[in-house]
Design a protein around this ligand. Structure first.
Ligand SMILES: Cc1cc2nc3c(=O)[nH]c(=O)nc-3n(C[C@H](O)[C@H](O)[C@H](O)COP(=O)(O)OP(=O)(O)OC[C@H]3O[C@@H](n4cnc5c(N)ncnc54)[C@H](O)[C@@H]3O)c2cc1C
Length: 455
């Protein structure tokens, strides 16, 4: 039996971040992974989808090159070449990560692990004992009753990422982040795309104004969507998939992507047997990611916090530091930056207007239209920066739509997390001409001294 300070089950964003930080703090660490180090984010999530989105952006730029006086012709998408580019990015990062884990003296164990005692994980018949056990087994794509995921015509994001052709038409079931990102990619690649969303808006967790702007932009791009109506059934035939909605409308397409959310990977792993408190498969933890069983921690998509890679990193680091006795500060989940990397991008941090009101704030809002921003005009992008603030108080939320606005979150999250007031930000000089000026201008306007803003 091998003994460690920390035994981590799952080598995705949450698990490997915990391993790297624990080792850095002088703890002995075992990291168990049954598939590939890096998990969903690196192999099936963040990185490959962003590579596909970038290829889509290149395609759109080629199509629109004439608008900038550049003679170019969009001919077609070579999906095999797109895949080679995407896989090249993933493979380089994978090698880098493997090297990092090795160089930090983390004991990397390949195989399927199961919790067989309160401090024991078993892999291939070998037991690994940890003074602390960190569960980081991640999530899987969910489906709906009556949907048979066949991997060909009815697919999840895991199949979509590996697709080696551009489908002529796609129905995307679910207008959340993952659904909207794939809709954006496929439209850029030339597919006919229809999104079906049961809630009243696309990216419904965002501020309503951001959702409405994304919907306007998608309408303009020719991405179809049906909102506020639920899926009833789907049938497949040689010619494609037919989807019927509860309002009786029928849609057909070559492929149906099911993007209705992700559920925790927690079944048959010994979690219930060891008495861990669970809810709908999620492990329940306190604000330091401690489960109800002393010495067992859980991080990442396995717990009911935001399903984002950087949340997994932060939780993994938090647990390592707590184990090492550093008493780190609990994570403020409102301060986590969120991006939908579609065209246009939707980015936010902090509270929506509705949330701020629910929490009893006397709310003021400021919308700065990117029409007044030089760089946005150069890029020919539309959108806005919206501020939600407490009257005579700090900024409570920043919500942005437009090309590349995800990059503006670096500043937006500092503003929110440092509880800055509009006048604090208005005093800072933003480089001209950049999109970041829109963040500066919004705060200037909210502080009562608008520069390039009407009204
Ligand atoms: C299509 C898509 C796009 C995404 N885009 C983004 C994005 O742009 N930005 C962002 O922040 N997030 C994004 N995400 C979310 C992000 O990928 C996840 O939040 C993140 O990967 C969660 O990390 P995790 O460590 O909790 O789980 P995972 O990354 O799922 O890792 C869990 C690991 O545990 C392993 N494992 C499970 N059970 C066992 C076992 N019994 N024994 C051994 N190993 C086991 C798995 O093989 C896996 O490698 C995206 C997700 C998807 C699906």
């Amino acid at each position: 039996m091998s003994q460690f300070d920390v035994v981590i089950l799952g080598g995705g964003s949450g698990g490997y971040a915990c391993a790297l930080r624990s080792a850095q703090l002088g703890l002995s660490v075992a990291l168990i992974e049954e598939d590939k180090l890096g998990g969903t984010c690196l192999h099936r999530g963040c990185i490959p989808t962003k590579a596909l989105l970038h290829a889509g952006e290149v395609a759109d730029n080629t199509r629109h090159a004439g608008e900038f006086g550049v003679n170019a012709e969009f001919i077609s998408i070579d999906m095999l070449a797109v895949s080679a580019y995407k896989d090249g990015v993933v493979s380089k990062l994978h090698k880098g990560l493997q090297g990092l884990v090795k160089s930090r003296n983390v004991t990397y164990i390949e195989g399927h692990g199961k919790l067989v005692g309160k401090n024991i994980v078993e892999v291939n018949g070998v037991q690994y004992t940890g003074k602390n056990i960190v569960l980081a087994t991640g999530s899987y794509p969910k489906t709906l009753p009556g949907l048979n995921i066949d991997g060909q015509q009815i697919i999840t994001s895991e199949h979509a990422i590996k697709m080696e052709r551009v489908p002529a038409s796609v129905i995307v079931l679910g207008g959340g982040v993952i659904g909207c990102e794939f809709a954006s990619v496929w439209k850029s690649f030339g597919s006919e795309v229809t999104i079906i969303e049961g809630l009243p808006h696309l990216v419904a967790l965002e501020d309503e104004s951001s959702s409405k702007q994304l919907e306007r932009a998608y309408r303009k791009r020719g991405i179809n969507f049906e909102l506020g109506v639920r899926f009833a059934s789907a049938t497949t035939s040689q010619s494609g998939v037919t989807v019927t909605l509860e309002d009786g409308k029928v849609f057909t397409a070559e492929v149906l992507l099911v993007a209705v959310g992700r559920g925790p990977v927690s079944a048959n792993l010994g979690y219930e047997e060891q008495g861990l408190t669970m809810d709908r498969g999620y492990l329940i933890v306190d604000n330091k990611c401690r489960t109800n069983v002393p010495g067992i921690w859980a991080v990442g998509d396995l717990i009911p916090t935001l399903q984002l890679a950087h949340v997994g990193f932060a939780e993994g680091i938090l647990v390592a530091e707590e184990i090492a006795g550093l008493n780190p500060r609990a994570i403020n989940y409102d301060g986590v930056p969120r991006v939908t990397y579609s065209e246009p991008e939707v980015a936010s941090v902090g509270l929506t207007t509705a949330q701020a009101k629910e929490r009893g704030h006397d709310v003021v809002e400021l919308n700065y239209d990117l029409a007044g921003n030089g760089k946005a005009q150069i890029l020919k992008t539309a959108g806005s920066v919206k501020l939600v603030a407490a009257k005579n108080g700090p900024v409570l939320g920043i919500h942005m739509v437009g090309a590349r606005v995800g990059e503006l979150l670096a500043e937006a999250q500092l503003i929110f997390n440092w509880e800055a007031e509009a006048s604090d930000v208005a005093a800072l000089i933003h480089a001209h001409p950049t999109l970041s000026e829109a963040v500066g201008e919004a705060h200037l306007a909210l502080a009562g001294k608008p520069l390039h803003a009407h009204g």
